[in-house]
Design a protein around this ligand. Structure first.
Ligand SMILES: Cc1cn([C@H]2C[C@H](O)[C@@H](COP(=O)(O)OP(=O)(O)O[C@H]3O[C@@H](C)C(=O)[C@@H](O)[C@H]3O)O2)c(=O)[nH]c1=O
Length: 181
């Protein structure tokens, strides 16, 4: 697999090795040993799977305390995946970055603990899968406002209004959000 820096400290883009043949393809979506060799020595406790129609925006989510590291990917459809660094001690605090993840490119993103994470679906029936290093903890879940001007995220929405949950409509801007040391 190929591991690339993203411009956000500790956040990595992973391109798995895909073996195609006349039956289809095969890839390892998680291998503890190969990831450890690439510097990602991880223990996961939860796997999640969501499906969304086109134009759904989920996020930007994080937990504090009990932040989750997430290894995210798309198996069908496509998303614009976004992270925001909320670690005050990080050289990239307050910065965001966006990546296209799709069933076609099969790229994965490692989102370290301390980042807010969200995505906009670009196609119908987009299946989003992720592994988490900490359990879901709804009492400590936070939503960072997806369109906070301070973040300046360029969501590829055109004139479209995204479909949001009530919780995400009420997200907090960075200036009032919980952050990490
Ligand atoms: C995230 C999650 C949700 N749920 C339940 C709670 C709720 O009734 C229903 C839908 O939850 P949500 O609206 O929070 O789902 P969703 O908006 O898809 O939340 C996810 O968004 C992306 C961007 C992330 O990064 C994830 O960590 C997670 O926060 O599923 C669980 O039981 N376990 C979980 O781990």
């Amino acid at each position: 697999m190929n591991v690339k820096e993203t411009g956000i400290a500790d956040c990595l883009l992973i391109e798995p090795r895909v073996f195609g043949d006349d039956r289809g393809f095969f890839m390892e979506s998680w291998n503890q040993r190969s990831f450890a060799a690439a510097g990602l020595d991880l223990e996961f406790v939860q796997d999640n799977h969501s499906m969304s129609s086109a134009g759904v925006l989920r996020g930007l989510h994080y937990q504090k305390p009990n932040p989750q590291g997430k290894l995210v990917r798309v198996t069908h459809g496509a998303v614009y995946d976004v992270v925001v660094d909320l670690r005050r001690s990080s050289p990239t605090f307050g910065k965001s970055a966006g990546f296209e993840l799709s069933g076609q490119n099969r790229s994965m993103l490692w989102v370290p603990p301390g980042l807010a994470h969200g995505f906009l679906t670009l196609e119908d029936a987009t299946h989003f899968l992720y592994k988490c290093t900490a359990f879901y903890d709804p009492a400590n879940e936070h939503s960072l406002l997806w369109d906070d001007p301070e973040l300046g995220i360029e969501w590829p929405l055109g004139d479209m209004e995204p479909v949001l949950s009530e919780k995400d409509r009420a997200g907090r801007p960075l200036a009032n959000a919980e952050t990490f040391a």
